[in-house]
Design a protein. Structure first.
Length: 372
């Protein structure tokens, strides 16, 4: 019997390892491996939380949750605290363990969120690779109130495999981000050294040639060439800034102010809170701020803008305001431009929100909120 059990455990680990080794997308990997784990162990329900260094948690994968836990788009799994999170955060949870009852299930029963299908308890296992921790793997089955030491050992082995795969994928993503930044910097340098210099030379040539002729039509054409090359030069400088923002190392507020100067805008900024943002949040705010300032330059009919930045422990809020001509905006309809639609898509990828207030003759306010 023990030999059969051992063979089953090895088969489970082999199956999980194959799934993990083939994966490159983190969320798809977690969903697939959770489903595979439950199928090969004969258990029913599972979910995975990611937990960051600030003790914020996120449901990143689940399988076969009972109706009581999927109530209102899985709200019971995405909000509030529970015992396994408490033990993980205060350091008590170092290995696979039986959790005596599940608070989320208890709440589902108490507040009548839906059928819990006989699930009352779950095993919980920290996901880790070496000393680095990523979150929790929770496994449950109807009417199962206790997991054996053998079951917990198997879950712990699987959790370690998952943790190692998470670290591998995160390292790959980081390498890709570094490669993307390097490519942007290279392209920015090439544009500055080639196209930017050619446009500047064209502008100087048009100006010098105009002074060498008395023909009014030729002077008019050269003046037009000078104006167009000057406008193209400004656009090129703005493009180079988009690829390689100067001053971002000094904070998002400083970078946006400097970018506003490149566009010929006067930007006033008000910052509240300590600026220490994750790279992905800073990148998101930078791109959205860029687009908002570009819109002011092109459409608002004003050279003045105000940036308000407010950082708390839980979120960062960015507001970009102008007192320009404004436009007719209806929150209930599709975004009126590709730029605004792109802002919305970008902020939704960070689980944030985008608000736009605009009225003809009274200006526009773009408000972005991103959770931390």
């Amino acid at each position: 019997m023990k030999d059969e059990q051992r063979i089953q455990e090895l088969h489970t680990l082999k199956t999980i390892a194959e799934t993990l080794n083939q994966a490159n997308d983190l969320h798809l990997m977690l969903a697939d491996v959770l489903k595979e784990l439950l199928q090969v162990t004969g258990l029913d329900t599972g979910w995975i939380f990611f937990i960051d260094e600030k003790e914020n948690f996120q449901l990143v994968a689940d399988y076969n949750l009972p109706p009581g836990l999927v109530w209102k788009k899985k709200k019971p799994m995405c909000e509030g605290g529970c015992w396994c999170l408490d033990r993980y955060n205060d350091g008590r949870l170092q290995r696979a363990a039986n959790i005596i009852n599940c608070k989320r299930i208890e709440d589902a029963i108490e507040y009548d969120w839906g059928d819990t299908e006989g699930i009352t308890h779950h095993a919980t296992v920290p996901l880790r690779a070496g000393e680095e921790k990523f979150g929790l793997l929770n496994i449950a089955s109807p009417y199962k109130t206790h997991f054996t030491d053998e079951e917990l050992a198997l879950l712990e082995a699987v959790a370690y495999q998952i943790g190692s795969a998470i670290k591998r994928i995160k390292l790959v993503e980081k390498e890709q981000q570094v490669a993307l930044i390097d490519e942007r910097n290279r392209l920015a340098r090439d544009l500055h050294d080639s196209v930017n210099q050619l446009l500047f030379s064209l502008q100087l040539t048009a100006r010098g040639t105009k002074e060498m002729t008395d023909d009014l039509k030729v002077q008019e054409m050269l003046t037009y060439m000078q104006e167009v090359s000057h406008e193209a030069l400004q656009e090129m400088r703005a493009l180079i800034w988009q690829l390689r923002p100067q001053g971002l190392e000094n904070g998002i507020g400083s970078a946006l102010c400097d970018y506003g100067k490149v566009l010929g805008l006067t930007v006033c900024i008000d910052v509240k809170g300590i600026i220490d943002l994750p790279n992905h949040v800073e990148e998101c705010l930078w791109r959205i701020g860029q687009e908002a300032l570009n819109n002011i330059k092109k459409h608002a009919g004003t050279k003045n803008a105000t940036i308000e930045l407010e950082i708390t422990k839980k979120q960062v809020k960015l507001m970009i305001i102008d007192k320009g001509c404004g436009f007719q905006y209806n929150p209930g309809v599709e975004m009126p431009s590709l730029g605004l639609a792109g802002m919305k898509e970008r902020i939704e990828m960070q689980n944030g929100s985008l608000g736009i207030q605009s009225e003809i003759g009274k200006g526009t306010k773009v408000e972005v909120t991103v959770p931390l």
